[in-house]
Design a protein around this ligand. Structure first.
Ligand SMILES: *[C@@H]1O[C@H](CO)[C@@H](O)[C@H](O)[C@H]1NC(C)=O
Ligand SMILES: *[C@@H]1O[C@H](CO)[C@@H](O)[C@H](O)[C@H]1NC(C)=O
Ligand SMILES: *[C@@H]1O[C@H](CO)[C@@H](O)[C@H](O)[C@H]1NC(C)=O
Ligand SMILES: *[C@@H]1O[C@H](CO)[C@@H](O)[C@H](O)[C@H]1NC(C)=O
Ligand SMILES: *[C@@H]1O[C@H](CO)[C@@H](O)[C@H](O)[C@H]1NC(C)=O
Ligand SMILES: *[C@@H]1O[C@H](CO)[C@@H](O)[C@H](O)[C@H]1NC(C)=O
Ligand SMILES: *[C@@H]1O[C@H](CO)[C@@H](O)[C@H](O)[C@H]1NC(C)=O
Ligand SMILES: *[C@@H]1O[C@H](CO)[C@@H](O)[C@H](O)[C@H]1NC(C)=O
Ligand SMILES: *[C@@H]1O[C@H](CO)[C@@H](O)[C@H](O)[C@H]1NC(C)=O
Ligand SMILES: *[C@@H]1O[C@H](CO)[C@@H](O)[C@H](O)[C@H]1NC(C)=O
Length: 495
């Protein structure tokens, strides 16, 4: 064990790839797939400079010509066998799908297959030959300096990935990984890795807190520390990337950079995927973009950029599987955003959101009694102005505990300047980026059309609401209020 640890502490000299960038994957299993021209128009409008295609579609590559957008083309898994078995087939593929398009279309890499070891293990023996044949064709065309060849892996080929310093590649694949890493090293290419904290979080026995997966700040006692290296991990993404560096170093490869070819979070799921929500997707992708563009690298490799392609541009409604499979996109096929990323300070990409609004709302499955208590606390000791909830006032409808509690706890959160810990209420509340205002019920923290904040005070009603002891006034009706109110009045009386 001691030997192992010392071995892992060996320095790694990963060459810097320059400033990190954010790219986007373009899957096309979409009913009304926009035309290549429309896709390119969206990319330009959003400032997206890097894309990965899952094939080498000729019309798409033509539309991308002379745009300055950098493109990774892919050999689909169903073409891998042919290419890996015949250097002539590989040469034809490169001639047709690469040479025909450069330099007008700036092709920067060929991604060979997709997660071959985990999704198409039978093709594993031809993987490295395929890379070598494609590389040979690039060399023959004198394109090997500008175009790199690699193959995207699932992070599930890395075992024991926490602590990262003890991670290693599934040894079943050493006969492929060792020659592959030799190839990447000798050609100056990078390890392509798909990093999905969502799936790590969803593992049946996972003990990963949601905040850790979403790059949200963790209390110090919940931060993950690698006891071999004493490095602190504040998010799953960094831990997985470092696990890959360590897995490579375990095989004595210490100078291969990592390119994250896929990462993202679904915005919608079925009943078994409760954390596939718009808010979580927005939080993950916004934080991911900020994190990558900050160029901070990982704890193991600070300052070494880890450029990342978000999965994915469009929701792909034609993909099979759980509901989440259709909801990884940033945009609908018509180009409308699924959500607006929170990136006011992140740079130019996707930087349309200048509002930076967050709200505190009741969780959808929260216990009604707990919500009632939160509502009463906010309107009472919390000293929030709950008068808009009174009958006849703008936020009275819908007259439910959920709706009224959401108004009150958000008002408290805004009143406390959104400071840490003010949107919890014993776990029944969570921060959202979706403005819960409806109709004439404008929630505190919403920005007016002119960009100024509203406080809720604009809605100050005629009714006087200083009597915080009268707990029923903010929510009347509903089957269980009377006993609750009784309980609460009793507890207030005891106090
Ligand atoms: C984002 O901003 C750009 C430039 O102002 C604009 O052309 C584009 O339509 C905006 N996109 C969205 C989705 O609002
Ligand atoms: C394929 O490999 C053979 C044997 O190494 C070589 O002679 C031939 O030129 C290669 N063909 C192409 C298209 O690279
Ligand atoms: C193509 O992309 C590479 C990598 O970003 C860049 O260095 C190069 O200047 C680009 N070439 C053109 C013609 O834009
Ligand atoms: C390693 O890979 C093999 C082949 O895919 C698989 O059968 C095995 O379950 C993997 N081991 C672990 C621990 O995941
Ligand atoms: C890595 O290098 C060390 C030291 O040279 C050697 O002992 C070890 O066998 C090598 N491991 C592999 C997997 O090649
Ligand atoms: C950005 O990088 C700096 C220094 O590299 C680091 O201190 C800071 O925490 C990073 N911020 C984010 C949001 O990652
Ligand atoms: C946006 O919100 C984040 C988190 O609340 C905050 O750190 C950042 O300063 C805000 N940016 C602007 C421009 O208000
Ligand atoms: C913006 O709205 C606030 C609050 O309603 C108002 O006081 C202010 O005059 C408005 N500013 C402009 C430029 O319209
Ligand atoms: C919001 O509250 C602040 C501080 O209490 C006050 O200065 C400001 O005028 C209020 N804005 C509106 C639109 O009521
Ligand atoms: C609310 O009632 C208190 C006590 O009766 C009174 O002093 C106060 O002026 C009233 N406020 C409003 C806004 O009517």
């Amino acid at each position: 064990m001691a030997v192992l640890i010392i071995f892992h502490l060996l320095a790694i000299f990963v060459p810097a790839l320059g400033d990190a960038f954010i790219g986007v994957n373009i899957g096309t299993d979409v009913t009304n797939m926009p035309s290549p021209t429309e896709v390119v128009a969206l990319l330009k409008a959003q400032g997206i400079q890097y894309v990965r295609l899952y094939d080498a579609d000729r019309a798409m590559l033509r539309a991308l010509a002379n745009t300055g957008i950098r493109v990774i083309v892919s050999v689909p898994n169903d073409q891998l066998l042919g290419i890996g078995q015949s250097n002539a087939t590989a040469a034809i593929w490169v001639a047709r799908n690469v040479i025909a398009h450069v330099p007008a279309t700036n092709i920067t890499a060929i991604a060979v297959g997709s997660e071959v070891l985990t999704s198409l293990p039978n093709a594993a023996p031809v993987l490295v030959p395929a890379l070598k044949f494609l590389q040979a064709a690039l060399v023959a065309a004198n394109l090997d300096q500008q175009i790199k060849v690699s193959t995207p892996h699932s992070s599930f080929i890395i075992l024991d990935s926490f602590p990262p310093s003890q991670a290693f590649f599934n040894k079943t694949w050493d006969p492929v990984m060792v020659p592959l890493l030799n190839f990447l090293q000798s050609t100056g290419s990078y390890l392509m890795l798909n990093v999905y904290p969502y799936y790590d979080f969803m593992q049946p026995n996972a003990v990963i807190p949601l905040d850790y997966a979403l790059f949200r700040p963790l209390p110090p006692n919940k931060e993950a520390i690698d006891s071999n290296t004493m490095l602190h991990y504040t998010n799953v993404f960094d831990a997985v990337v470092d696990a890959a560096y360590f897995a490579m170093s375990y095989l004595n490869f210490t100078n291969i950079p990592i390119l994250v070819t896929e990462s993202g979070w679904p915005s919608k799921g079925d009943s078994s995927e409760p954390d596939a929500t718009i808010d979580n997707a927005n939080t993950y992708n916004s934080n991911l973009i900020r994190h990558v563009l900050n160029n901070s690298g990982t704890p193991k490799q600070p300052g070494i950029s880890v450029s990342t392609y978000i999965y994915e541009l469009y929701n792909e409604d034609l993909r099979t599987g759980p509901v989440s499979e259709n909801n990884w996109g940033l945009f609908y096929a018509n180009g409308a955003p699924v959500y607006t990323l929170h990136l006011s300070n992140a740079g130019t990409i996707f930087a349309n959101d200048t509002t930076n609004q967050t709200f505190c709302v009741a969780k959808s499955n929260a216990d009604t009694k707990m919500l009632q208590a939160a509502l009463d606390w906010a309107c009472g000791p919390g000293k929030v102005d709950c008068s808009p909830l009174l009958q006849g006032q703008p936020c009275y409808d819908p007259n439910t505990v959920d709706a009224h509690a959401t108004y009150a706890i958000n008002a408290y959160y805004q009143k406390m300047a959104k400071s840490a810990g003010t949107c919890d209420f014993k776990g029944v509340a969570s921060v959202t980026t979706t403005n819960p205002s409806h109709g004439s019920c404008i929630f505190p923290g919403s920005r007016g059309k002119n960009g100024s904040s509203t406080n809720g005070t604009a809605l100050a009603p005629s009714t006087n609401s200083t009597n915080s002891g009268c707990l029923s006034q903010y929510y009347n009706g509903g089957p269980l209020t009377s006993s609750l109110i009784l309980t609460l009045i009793l507890s207030v009386a005891v106090l």
